[in-house]
Ligand binder design. Structure first.
Ligand SMILES: N[C@@H](CCC(=O)N[C@@H](CS)C(=O)NCC(=O)O)C(=O)O
Length: 240
């Protein structure tokens, strides 16, 4: 059985990492059986120091993109069937803009914004004994802020990041229109990526100006609910 190393349920979603959610959604949409191995301790075993990674009967692969490439080659996926070259190209480019741009918007909205940070701190570090409970989150937050500064997002104002994030939601909403899935009436790999990112804003318990913007796009909310209801058991999103 394929093992997906993940953080585990948090904030009302199956995983707080959109990259874990991408692989999880892709496996479900592809109807490939897998199990989660959840916990922060997975980071210590992670070949690239990040989650997700998988163990596919002894073959270890890290990075959501490389994991999906591997799974596609080894197990096949109905998500790949019948798309034109142009549709595949759009899926690649849009998917990467979510991985490389919307991801940093999400990180900013959670780790930098003072209204959301206490929830993140409590959820990720609340179980540590004193004084680690105070120290570790401070160090972790400053590392994330440093990464955001180097990446560039950390140099923008709240308003600027929120506007950039809203632009991404508006583009996804436009692309989706009245379709069931982003590229038509059946799911593609792009839906696994888009759902993974959107559910972190729309279906999670974290309520802030970023989630409010995401939820203002009704078709994106319906899209997330539809995929959640179609592919996930109720307990995965704390709905029992
Ligand atoms: N490019 C990687 C990104 C994975 C990633 O950034 N994972 C984050 C969680 S969202 C992580 O494990 N962070 C822990 C750390 O950097 O210590 C992928 O697509 O899988």
């Amino acid at each position: 059985m394929i093992k997906l190393y993940s953080f585990g349920q948090a904030f009302g979603v199956p995983d707080p990492s959109p990259f874990v959610m991408k692989v999880d959604a892709w496996l479900r949409m592809s109807e490939i059986a897998f199990e989660h191995v959840s916990g922060i301790s997975g980071l210590r075993k992670a070949p690239k120091g990040k989650l997700p990674f998988i163990d596919d009967n002894g073959t270890v692969v890290a990075d959501s993109h490389l994991i999906i490439d591997h799974l596609r080659k080894q197990h096949g996926s109905r998500l790949d069937d019948g798309w034109s070259g142009e549709q595949r190209a759009i899926a690649t480019l849009v998917g990467k803009s979510l991985d490389e741009h919307l991801y940093w918007c999400l990180v900013y909205s959670r780790w930098v914004k003072d209204d959301t940070w206490p929830l993140i701190k409590q959820n990720f570090f609340g179980g540590l004994p004193f004084p680690l409970r105070q120290l570790v989150p401070m160090v972790a937050r400053s590392k994330v802020k440093r990464a955001l500064h180097l990446q560039g997002f950390g140099r923008h104002s709240d308003e600027e990041v929120l506007a950039m994030t809203t632009e991404m939601f508006a583009a996804l909403s436009e692309l989706l229109g009245d379709n069931h899935y982003l590229q038509g009436e059946r799911p593609s790999t792009l839906d696994a990526t888009a759902f993974a990112f959107l559910c972190e804003f729309i279906l999670s318990d974290i309520r802030n100006s970023f989630s409010a913007q995401a939820c203002s796009f009704e078709n994106l909310v319906r899209y997330c609910e539809r995929i959640r209801d179609e592919y996930y058991p109720a307990h995965a999103f704390n709905r029992v």
